[in-house]
Ligand binder design. Structure first.
Ligand SMILES: N[C@@H](CCC(=O)N[C@@H](CS)C(=O)NCC(=O)O)C(=O)O
Length: 213
C-alpha cells in the first residue's frame, strides 16, 4: 500500500494521485502542507528534508520526494507499462514530451497561477501575468498542433507525458484569463475531464488557495 503525504489541492500531489489512480494502486493519502501544516515536524523532516509535498512511501522501504521522479517510478514499476510504453521509440518520445511539458507548460502555468490566483488583486503585476501567459500560450499552441495528429500528447494512449502536461490544465481553464482558441487542446482537455481519475484528483477546488485583499 502506498502512503502519500500531501494536501489534495497541491498540483504536485495531484500529479502523483492521478498516476496512482490511472494504475489502480491502493493508497492512503495524508493531508499535509497548506492550511493543514505539519511540514515542520521532526518526523516529516526525516522523510522530506525540503519540507514540501508530496512524499510517497512505497511500502517496500522506498521513500521518495519530487513529484516527477515519483510519477516515473510508479510508471516504471507497472509491469504492463501502461503509462510509459517500452518500445524504444515510444519510450523516448514519451520521455521527451514529459520533459517538455514540465519545462514549458507546467512551469509557466504554475507561475501564472501564483500571479493570478495566489496574489491579491491589488498586488497583481499585469506585466508578469502577460509574460507568463504569452510563454504558456506559445507552448500550448505547440501542444495543440501535436494533438491534431495524436489523441494524447505522446501518441494514442495516455502516458506520463500527459500526466505532466495536463496536471495544471484544470487550473488554466478555470482561471480568469484570456485563452486563445486551440481546438485540439480543447478536445483533449474535454476527454480528460471525462476520466474519473482526472476528475477526482486533478479537478480539485482551489478556492482555499485564492488570495484576497
Ligand atoms: N519539486 C517539488 C516541488 C514540491 C512543492 O513545491 N510542493 C508545494 C505544493 S505544490 C509545497 O509543498 N508547498 C508548501 C505547502 O503546501 O505548504 C515536486 O515536484 O515535488
Amino acid at each position: 500500500m502506498l502512503k502519500v503525504w500531501g494536501r489534495a489541492s497541491s498540483s504536485n500531489v495531484q500529479k502523483v494521485m492521478w498516476t496512482i489512480a490511472e494504475l489502480g494502486l491502493p493508497f492512503e493519502r495524508v493531508d499535509l502542507g497548506g492550511h493543514f501544516g505539519g511540514l515542520d515536524s521532526e518526523e516529516y523532516g526525516r522523510i522530506n528534508p525540503n519540507r514540501l509535498v508530496p512524499t510517497v512511501e512505497f511500502g517496500d522501504g522506498l521513500v521518495m520526494f519530487e513529484s516527477n521522479a515519483i510519477v516515473r517510478t510508479l510508471a516504471r514499476r507497472d509491469v504492463d507499462r501502461r503509462l510509459w510504453p517500452t518500445d524504444p521509440k515510444a519510450e523516448a518520445l514519451t520521455d521527451m514530451w514529459a520533459e517538455w511539458a514540465q519545462l514549458n507548460v507546467t512551469a509557466h502555468s504554475t507561475a501564472l497561477f501564483w500571479a493570478v490566483v495566489r496574489t491579491a488583486p491589488s498586488k497583481r503585476n499585469p506585466e508578469l501575468i502577460d509574460k507568463h501567459l504569452a510563454m504558456l500560450t506559445k507552448s500550448l499552441t505547440i501542444a495543440d498542433e501535436n494533438l491534431s495528429k495524436t489523441r494524447y500528447l505522446a501518441g494514442d494512449s495516455l502516458t506520463i507525458a500527459d500526466i505532466n502536461f495536463a496536471s495544471t490544465l484544470y487550473r488554466y481553464f478555470d482561471m480568469a484569463i484570456d485563452r486563445p482558441d486551440l481546438p485540439h487542446l480543447a478536445r483533449y482537455y474535454k476527454a480528460l475531464t471525462e476520466r474519473p481519475s482526472y476528475a477526482e484528483h486533478v479537478m480539485v477546488d482551489f478556492s482555499s488557495l485564492v488570495a484576497h485583499d
